[in-house]
Design a binder for this molecule. Sequence first.
Ligand code: 3PG
Length: 308
Amino acid sequence: MKKILIATEKPFAPVALKKIEKVFDKAGKNYQLVLLESYKERKELLQAVADAQALIVRSDKVDAEVFEAASNLQVVIRAGAGYDNVDLEAATARGVVVMNTPGQNSNAVAELAIGLAIFGLRELFSGKPGGELRGRTLGLHGFGYVARNVFRIARAFGMKVIVYTRYSKGAAAAIGLKVTHSLEQLYAKSDVVSIHVPARGEHIKSVSYEILNELKDGAVLVNTARKEVVNEPDLVRIMEEKPNFKYMSDITPDCENIFKEKFEGRYFFTPKKAGAQTAEANINAGVAAAEQIVAFFEKGDRTFQVNK
Ligand code: 3PG
């Protein structure tokens, strides 16, 4: 019997849990599903994971301490796209396979990005005259699954869309999407920029003063990715220098207090990361996670392994 622990500080929708259970029921009697939802203390996770063979998480921190506590652990599935919350080196050192579920929650995040763009352009629904998406230029910073959904939705709104990507130029060209030569150029030409790069490598703090300074004064920057990709002191400086610039984010920055003090009406931060917080996204990512675990144990399938 393999213990599968679902440990989520931010719980899945109940309908998603039912569907996850079904996947394991269908796979036979070899799986025992254990739920640790909305846990407040880290020690709850450390205790629950102690005898688990598989772990499903969302943005929950899975660091060396967790791997240390989980001596039977063979596989961790991050039910979602970004796996910056999982210590891959610690996993590899202990021979644990880590996978994500790419693309599964991308429409939900994309819809939120568009929602934040509208909220920003409409002056946070304050009653001040705002602007419309139609006819404006949207710059996609990155072109993964979320950005591709944003592109689809933005086109339906009548936006002109451009993109800066290093790794997905072919995919962008295939659908006739203009790829800018540089990130600076993307920011300079856009009325709305939406960030869709992971918190890894060259992307960390890649949204710097030099890049932000290219933005038009009235531009809206939407961040449904990670706070780590933005250089926060540079962002604060730009907020000061461009009085009509707005920052709409699904991730509260560390410098939230400065925003509260100085930039009222020009920013919005969701109280808790909400991009993937829909029943549909939870079903897609949760069921994919469950299926990947079954495929891993039954067939040794490691298709979405990220710590190769
Ligand atoms: C992701 O990386 O998949 C999204 O940021 C969603 O994260 P969440 O599962 O914590 O909502």
